[in-house]
Design a protein around this ligand. Sequence first.
Ligand SMILES: [Zn+2]
Ligand SMILES: [Zn+2]
Length: 138
Amino acid sequence: MKIKNILFNLTIIAVSVLALSCDKDDESGKPKITIIELGYDNSKTVVAGTELHLDVEIEAPNNIKTVKLSIHGESSTAIWEFEQVYTEYEGKKNIDFHKHIDIPAEAAVGHYHLHIEVTDLKGYSAEAEDEIEITAAK
Ligand SMILES: [Zn+2]
Ligand SMILES: [Zn+2]
């Protein structure tokens, strides 16, 4: 009888540990995106015809599947858009996403949006966005 009780208690403990770890997974499982630098010295500006320096820290407890980067203009005169899906980080938990994006000289000067979307191997996704100004070449 005593042994039966202990076994029963152990089962309850095991079940609640499992339940707890599942909950924890749901709460903190989403990827975390931190934009560290957008433009040199985090200036949030880039000159048309040069490269945009981008430094982003990505943490994905469930491992990264894809990282999607897109840049689009806010005005109808913005003639340049960028979109790329990066798959080379698949399986990684923590990366420094450091990219240099060519901004064509003919990109319209003005206000742009930058979006980063990370999807993990469990299907969770997270998005971060920021704003950037493309300025005229001097
Ligand atoms: Zn750089
Ligand atoms: Zn946008």
